[in-house]
Write a protein that binds this ligand. Sequence first.
Ligand SMILES: Cc1ncc(COP(=O)(O)O)c(C=O)c1O
Length: 452
Amino acid sequence: MSMNKEAVLKEASRVLDYILKDGLSEDEKQQIIDDSIDNFNENVNPGWLTYRKSVSTDATFVEWEDSMETFRDTKGNEFIDCLGGFGVYTAGHRNPEIVKAVQAQLNRYALHSQELVDPLRGYLAKLVAMITPGDLQYSFFCNGGAEAVEMALKLARLASGKHYYISTVNGFHGKSLGAVSCTGKGTYRKPYLPIIQGVQHVEFGNADAAEAAIKNLIAVGETVAAMIVEPIQGEAGIILPPEGYLKKLREICDKYEVFLIFDEIQTGMGRTGTMWAADYYDVVPDIMTFGKAFGGGVMPITGIVARPHLYTDDIKDNPWVLGSPTFGGNPLACSAAIAAIKYTIENDLPGQIDEKGRYFMEKLAKLKEKYKFIVDIRGKGFLIGIEYRTAEMGWSVSKGLFKRGVMTGGTLNNAMVNRIEPPGILSYETIDTILARLDETLAEVEVEFDVK
Ligand SMILES: Cc1ncc(COP(=O)(O)O)c(C=O)c1O
């Protein structure tokens, strides 16, 4: 069947009209909601609507605009963002300073020729070396977090000539084939098995288990390229490393000449109260991944930074061998990341997040005393988990908060722990509003589950 050009042009023009115009009429608002339901059912995956419904009660909340702390749906309902896109919006939504840089770059050139030297990539790589710990020096930029993990895994093999990876149970590193091999959850890995064969998962927080795995692999003739770990496990439910764990991993990796990879895609750019979690735990990894907030909440850009000894002559002689993503490190994305770095340092976002995170956690601890069905409050900076007795309770809290105009993490998929990852620019006043609405919600859930 050939394409109906007329219909395509009509549909594209209608949507562009919505994008380009300043305000929407009531009819148009309803039309966008109806279209979204139809389009997701017919052309995306009907499963998404059922899944999203778990928190938003029904599918008529269609995201349309945002600014700094909040986003709004087509009908103008406003939500305080307490999830921050799982770590994307550390500098806020459409932070004007970051948008300004991207707009200026957009007016000059957006993507690169792929042939000439693109200066923004170089400037950004220099800045990354300046803001990351120790002698981390060479950067490689890509588009998504899983892609950055792929690059880290590949670089470790290229630079070492070795094979195996050690990862952690419940660790999350993304869902592309290589990344999902290292991700430590059966539900994500099982449908794709067999994947990268040379990955051994060990318990997070247990350095002896990591050492035993490396030692045993070497004893039976295998080679170990790298150990990959999130300094604080995010997706697993905000699991902090035990005292001294990351330093011990550094020592073990040095002892067996295994590269240490920190996946800071979620913990980086100030999220945990220091620029990188590695800074707080005072450990320099051999490779560090970054993403999410790195593009300032405006552009998607991720990457890795590595210590100089990993860049062997082979890699320098053939820079394409690691990868050459068409859009990785494109000028628009780099302009956003450069502006994000400036904003983060100039406004001491990590320091702000450290202080506000402590304030938030203190108030949450009080709520834990009041509501016995809260099992634990834990976290660092603005990476906070509230654990409930059951997933159903967590889900009800998320739903109750959403009803009150506060978005948190926690769907039926992983609801036992609500993830609180708000923008770092959140005001104390907004934190108090969130806490008041949480208090109300918890009281409601207490009655719902009869758990006083
Ligand atoms: C620690 C960590 N690594 C990797 C990823 C994958 O990133 P992306 O979803 O951009 O592929 C995530 C995403 O949540 C993450 O938190």
